[in-house]
Structures are given as C-alpha cells and as structure tokens.
Design a protein around this ligand. Structure first.
Ligand code: GLU
Length: 448
C-alpha cells in the first residue's frame, strides 16, 4: 500500500509541477489513506484519489482596475471550484500578494475535507487574488472588488459556488463584492456570499466563528485528558479574525493568552493580552502590532522575529496566522517547554516536519486545521440556512449550533482514528473521515 500511495503522490506532483503548498496539502492527506484504501479496494478500482485531486474547474482571470491616483493596476484573480460532491463549492477568497495557483489549490483541497467534516451540505472551493490591500484606501479596495466581481459573478451563485472571506477579505470587502454582484444580476441573492453584514443577510457569530470554534475544538481535546482551559497559559499567533476571537473565547474559559503577532512582529504580554486594545489596534485602526506594545505597558516585549513567539513556554499553542508559520525547530521548542495542546487555527500553519514532530510526541495532543478551524465555514453554512429560510437567529442559538458542530467534528475525528487503530491521532481521523464522506458521495454520483 505504501508504494501505491507513493505512486499516487508522484503522479499528482508531476501533473501539478511547481506548486509546493499544494503538494504539501495533498501529501498530508494521501499519507493518511493507507488503512482506508486497504479496507476499501473499490476506491482504488474507481481511481478515486486521482479524481479527487483534480479540481472540477479552475478559473484564472485578469482583474484590471484604476486606483485613486489614476494608475492602471493589473491583478490576477482565481477561483478553484474543487469538489461539489456534497454541495455547492464553498470556501473563502484571499487577497494577499502571495496568492498564486498553488496557494489557492492547497486551500481548496483542504476545504473539501474540512467542509465534509462539518456534516453540512457544502462542497469545497477557494479563490482570491494577488492584490495587496495593505495601505489601500477604501475607494481603492472598492474599485478592486468591483472589477474582481465582474468576472467572478459569471461563476458563482447560491446553488453553484458560495465564496466568503479569508486573509485580506473581511466584512468591508464582502460588502463591496456583494453590492457589485447584486448590481450585475439585478437579484438580491443573499446566499451567494457569506460573511455579510448583519442587516443584509449576515449571521451573528460569523466573525467570531473560526476563533471560537478553534477553542471549542481544543476544549474537547483537553476533555479527553480530563483537563480544561482554566488556568492554562496560551500562545496565539496572528491578530486577524481567527486569532482575536480565539483569544476572546480562551479568556472566557479562564485561560491567560500571552502572545499575538502580525507580519511585522510579535508581542509577548506576560500579564495577558488586553483584548480591547488589540481589537482597537488591529481591527479598528488596521495598524501594526507594535502599537499594542507601545500603548500597553513596559512589561510587554516586542520581537521582530516571528518564530520567537513559539519560544514562550505555554500549555497551549494556537497558530492562527498563516501557512507554514510554525517550523520544526519551533515545534521542538514547544515540546521541550511542555506544551500539551497544539491546535491549528490557520490553514496548514505547521510545516510538514513540525506537524510530524507534534503528532508523534506522546505528550502533545495535535489538532489539524481542517478539523480545528472548521467552525468558520460551518457558520457560513448556518448563514446560508438563515438566508434560505429568510430568518435570522440569535447570538446564543447560533453559538450553541457552532459549539455542537465542533464537538461533533472532534468526536468524528477521534472515533475514526480509533476505528483505524490509531487512538488520539486527529490527523489520521480528520483525513479519513473527510475523505470517506466525500468519496462515498462521488462514487454514488458516478464518473462526473
Ligand atoms: N476562509 C475560511 C476557511 O478557511 C472560511 C470559508 C467560508 O466561510 O466559506 O475555512
């Protein structure tokens, strides 16, 4: 079986040359599949792995737009509609200069299994642009979003493909994108995008959902050891939506969160992060994180080296910034400092070597992104439900639904791992549970 999987990987890598992030995401899933392919020889007969690794549709387009200085800008737009076996393609849009086909495909591939794990009827997709929103005026952001949507609007729809936010795409951008879509189609089709504003079809808890869900998942991991967040010290990287709301919920559960970061540096606040100040600096002012250190107290340390964050001794580490932010040396430092739980709030934040080390350490519980951060997209699916029934739910009700979904994602991962003889291996459990659900639906629907 090992050589079959190696051959499958080689085939996918050769077919998608020069896409390292995509290869990394594919390898992580395929390396888990040995036991499931042994149990289900029909999956190999059906060439299901090859079919799954090939996106159903990949769209790349020019995004021309004129900025407020009158300068013409050309960006590249992407939407990879990866798999629709379980429902319409669903997944975020990322606006960041690093965006390329490899990044969008890795995110889209992960999204298939993540969405399957939620138990909700959503397929997998992802998109974005190499547009850099940093330092741009609202007017420039709007001009870009409108041009981006002119092309994207041809490919999306409530029953086809439902984008949302990711890095660089939040409420403001979804607003401009939705407005332009509505204008083009002359339809108030609320279910075409998620992450909308509350008064025009958005859902309560959607902004908090990925961060809260990360903590609900980690809480369940602790529970398997009869432990809780109460009194624990936590390091969080990032300071976007995922990080900020992970900090909020961890604090609500009695933990002390001592770090946050952005691409310019890390703050280590031994007294515990002042969340109101962090929200003010990062969400309201969109300023650099150094501002937090400057305004907070003399005890806060500021480091420019991002990996310093993982040298802080903690019980729980939550990488919530971006892919490959936590490398093998950082994983080793965390283990040596006695970390008990590492849960990935961002998508693929651990390098392959770091993930292997954490997964194989007996003392650490390691939760992979596609399970841990599924709360964001799950709440997007709840937003779609509210749109379809022209309803809006209370904060408490929506948060309870999210909590129940995260408990169920956690339990499915654990049960599946145990069923395949690897108790406590959340990576194996998440990959096999997500994979099985999607491929069963694909086989039932024939060769399409
Ligand atoms: N970008 C988020 C993710 O990585 C959310 C996607 C969505 O809500 O569709 O899952």
């Amino acid at each position: 079986m090992h050589s079959t999987i190696e051959n499958l990987k080689r085939e996918v890598f050769a077919r998608n040359a020069g896409e390292p992030e995509f290869h990394q995401a594919v390898a992580e899933v395929l390396d888990s599949l040995g036991p499931v392919l042994e149990r289900h020889p029909e999956y190999l007969e059906q060439d299901i792995v090859q079919r799954l690794c090939e996106p159903e549709r990949q769209i790349i387009f020019r995004v021309p737009w004129v900025d407020s200085n009158g300068k013409i800008n050309i960006n590249r737009g992407f939407r990879v509609e990866y798999n629709s076996a379980l429902g319409p393609y669903k997944g975020g849009l990322r606006f960041h200069p690093s965006v390329n086909l490899s990044i969008v495909k890795f995110l889209g591939f992960e999204q298939i299994f993540k969405n399957a794990l939620t138990g909700l009827p959503i397929g997998g997709g992802k998109g974005g642009s190499d547009f850099d929103p940093r330092g741009r005026s609202d007017r420039d952001i709007m001009a870009f979003c409108q041009s981006f949507m002119v092309e994207l609007s041809r490919h999306i729809g409530e029953y086809t493909d439902v984008p949302a936010g990711d890095i660089g795409v939040g409420g403001r951008e979804i607003g401009y994108l939705f407005g332009q879509y509505k204008r083009i189609q002359n339809r108030f089709e609320a279910g075409v995008l998620t992450g909308k504003g509350l008064s025009w079809g958005g859902s309560l808890v959607r902004p908090e959902a990925t961060g809260y869900g990360t903590i609900f998942f980690a809480r369940e991991m602790f529970r398997t050891r009869n432990e809780s967040f109460e009194g624990k010290t936590v390091s969080v990287s990032g300071s976007g939506n995922v990080a900020i709301y992970a900090i909020e919920k961890a604090q609500q559960l009695g933990a002390k969160v001592v770090t946050a970061s952005d691409s310019s540096g890390v703050v280590h606040d031994p007294d515990g992060i002042d969340l109101e100040l962090l929200k003010q600096v990062k969400l309201t002012e969109r300023a650099r994180i150094r501002e937090y250190a400057d305004r907070r107290s003399s005890r806060v340390e500021f480091h420019e080296t991002l990996s310093d964050l993982w040298r802080v001794p903690v019980d729980v580490a939550l990488p919530c910034a971006t892919e490959n932010e936590l490398d093998e040396a950082s994983a080793r430092a965390l283990i040596e400092n006695g970390v008990q739980v590492v849960a990935e709030g961002a998508n693929m934040p651990c390098t392959a070597d770091a993930a292997t080390l954490l997964r194989e350490s007996d003392s650490v519980l390691f939760g992979p992104a596609k399970a841990v951060n599924a709360g964001g997209v799950a709440t997007s699916a709840l937003e779609m439900q509210q749109n379809a029934s022209r309803d809006s739910w209370s904060f408490e009700y929506t948060e309870t639904r999210l909590d129940e979904i995260m408990v169920s994602v956690h339990d499915v991962c654990r049960k599946t791992a145990a069923d395949y003889g690897s108790e406590g291996d959340y990576v194996l459990g998440a990959n096999i549970a997500g994979f099985t659900k999607v491929v069963e639906a694909m086989i039932a629907q024939g060769v399409v």
